[in-house]
Design a protein around this ligand. Sequence first.
Ligand code: C5P
Length: 301
Amino acid sequence: MSASVTVRVPAKVNVQLAVGAARPDGFHDLANVFLAVSLFDEVTATPADGLTVSCEGPDSDQVPLDRSNLAARAAELLAARAGIEPAVHLHIAKNIPVAGGMAGGSADGAGALLACDLLWKLDTPREELLEICAELGSDVPFSLVGGAALGTGRGEFLTPVDAGRFHWVFAVAEGGLSTPAVFREFDRLTAGTDVPAPEASPALLAALASGDADALAAVLPGSNGLQAAALSLRPQLADTLAAGADAGALAGLVSGSGPTTAFLVRDAESAAKVAAALEASGTCRATRVTSSPAPGATAVS
Ligand code: C5P
């Protein structure tokens, strides 16, 4: 019997993020088209005396190792439901940018949840795991499910959608952006205006299903309702978007609440070229070459 369980979890990009007005609870209703991309964190759960978290990877110094880490909270919530102690060490091998708008923290929450469920042999029904995910955060259910999905409500109600294969380059920015701060900036920028109810774009869903990169590129501009807010807080992102366009990307957008930017490219060869040009431009800290869709949280050992 294995003494530990390792789960691999994908990052996401939102090919559409339609944002409604702030609700009474402070959240925003969304029409959120999630796409999981082949950039993964791995969470390993090992039996221990108490609940501890460690992290390795390029940005690991920015990851909180206390109970504010979504992986730790996932273990606590699952253990509480099962009436057991969260006696587990969680090790995160981090590849997804931290506070980058790619659901890295959410991925670790979903990964820890599945890893602990397997380690503790709880066999929790999928529906219950998804409920715990929604309690952890708006993007966590999608991290568990992966693939491509429309998220409504605050993003936690998921409907799978069809998606062909696409290639992406991500430009990682220096420093993160706080998601609540970006939503607050959205509220400030839209104050006094009539914010329409968010709706998924039929043209975007059709382009996604077609697997036709040119069709998707045609509908991506303007699809992220948080982009103006992210650019307002981090004006330098406009330089990264311009550098990606100059490098030959088919389309570029801010990933979720940013500050990572996402570039749709035609194929793997073009991805390598665009990534090299972005790195040479000096407008980002690093790049990641990926494709979509990617599977959700999956046990790898
Ligand atoms: O759900 P999660 O904890 O990831 O959300 C982080 C913050 O992002 C919330 O506290 C809220 O400020 C903002 N948010 C929002 N509307 C959403 C999702 C998140 O305003 N649908």
